[in-house]
Design a protein around this ligand. Sequence first.
Ligand code: GCB
Length: 647
Amino acid sequence: MSVPGSFAVLRVLWLLSVFGTVLPLDGGMLFPRESFSREVKELNGLWDFRADGSPNRNEGFEKAWYKRRLAETGPVIEMPVPASYNDITQDPTLRDFIGWVWYEREVFVPARWISDEGTRVILRVGSAHYYSIVWVNGEKVTEHEGGHLPFEAEISSLIRRDPTKPCRITIAVNNTLTLETLPPGTIQYMNDRTRYPDGFFVQNIYFDFFNYAGIHRPVLLYTTPKVYVDDIIVETNFMDNTGLVRYKVSVQGAATATLKVTLMDKDGHCVASSNTPSGVLKVVDVKLWWPYLMHENPGYLYSMEVHLIAVSETSTYEDVYTLPVGIRTVNVTKTQFLVNNKPFYFHGVNKHEDSDIRGKGLDWALIVKDFNLIKWLGANSFRTSHYPYAEEILQMCDRHGIVVIDECPGVGIKDIRSFGNASLSHHLVVMDELVRRDKNHPSVVMWSVANEPASEMPPAEFYFKTLIKHTKALDHTRPVTYITDSNYARDKGAPFVDVVCVNSYFSWYHDPGHLEVIPIQLNAQFENWYGKYKKPIIQSEYGADALPGLHMDPPMMFTEEYQNALLQSYHDVFDQKRKQYVIGELIWNFADFMTAQAIHRVVGNKKGIFTRQRQPKAAAFILRKRYWRLANETGRLPPWTKYPCSL
Ligand code: GCB
């Protein structure tokens, strides 16, 4: 990411510069795709499941549940994967369970995968919340700390040991949060026996969504040849009509391999090719990747096919991996966010991975519905509040031109002890994993390293300086931010961010019921932050709870009228400031979502403009009108795009 001065000079420098994306982790994490040389076997469906309800939650390890079939060591129930386990049964103890739960599934591996020694078999978990240990046929193959991001293990030799046996996969998942996890939490034991039962403890969290747990994203087996494409990094740019794709392919399994890299357009025509592991491909008459509503052909993707051939004394290995590539640039000035050198205004939403019954489990019907609603709304962007969303969702964003601020799970860093070395080290690793996974998505235009940390605390300065510097070293092509709700004068991390993202809830958490304070306070907020830091600002959250069907005029809090009036007061100020340095507005929230039980939450957070079942509240129509108007007003929409007639 660079601040544009003379773009032509910058592009020449870009061509001469070294690769900007550096990945410190061992191995890539390419999304598993089928190809001529790769097969995928999904393990979604029903798994055997048991929560370890023993007082120390450790019986599973003491009795080595992974060594035998789970059903042989105790009762099991059927549990869908992917899904959170919390809302699946009628058992309140499972809904609120804290500790280890055990999943198991037996699978027959295709005979060829076993007999062909030249094939690698990899077990991949899209995400599991929070700490996971995986065994195959009783042998531990990997463990992983953190939800929201994938992890995998090669299991080829294990499944070859006894080809007659099915492959038994056991995954133990623990949702306990500590001061050093992301997000952080604490376990509190209540030892007063006059008030609490024996062994009573609670998980304290400092964030506002239900701590759903379980295997949240697909589990699958996939193959690669023994010599394989392990990772691909692309960085894109353009000069006049020529697109530039700098790429780097990492190969594993052989010291040398022959590569053929072919970039194809949507019709499958080759537009550029090369046979070196790294280089710059030039695309004549480039079709740039544009955001939705900024161009008549948003989300244009080329396909980069990497074809590898490696010859050893005994065999020839061939691997093919195809990566979607969008060619675009992102730059930030003091007052603007530029996509392909054109000012981009974020008119979007904040979301959650959240729905009835499945909790945070990936659900295609829900994903497609949400995209239809986003496009109906005229929204061009969202923030992955407050953790990385499924790769499948980012792929949809790439295809539809929905711009993403990609947030890591650094939410609720409120306790000073969560600014220590152990927390920071873990946070750095999570950023490594996040950038490794999402670096090639054109839709991802900015990294957010945290949401509303206690950034006024003294250790926050070192913490965010280190974290942001690290993230920029990982990827210099994108700006980095974190989301603040702290006081502009005391915020310790703001000097290091590229874009200031501010959350505020005037006339809701502050001055509740007083809509008249919004123009004054919001104006002051913007002037203060801009005055001090001279960086563009996104209103990264604002909103009000509304119970659908609750009405009152003049408006009162929690009614649909109040939500409408509050949004409109914010919009008036946005309309003044977006002509200056405000570069975006993201409503809190796209849809109602579940939270922990609390006196200020009536079965969850109701700040959605859609209900949890994705039905519109009145505010959805206010926002829809605004977003389409904004898209039209910027003047970048060609005549084919009109307001939808109903507006
Ligand atoms: C915030 C948080 C978000 C909450 C929201 C609210 O500032 O970032 O996680 O849900 O406020 O509604 O309180």
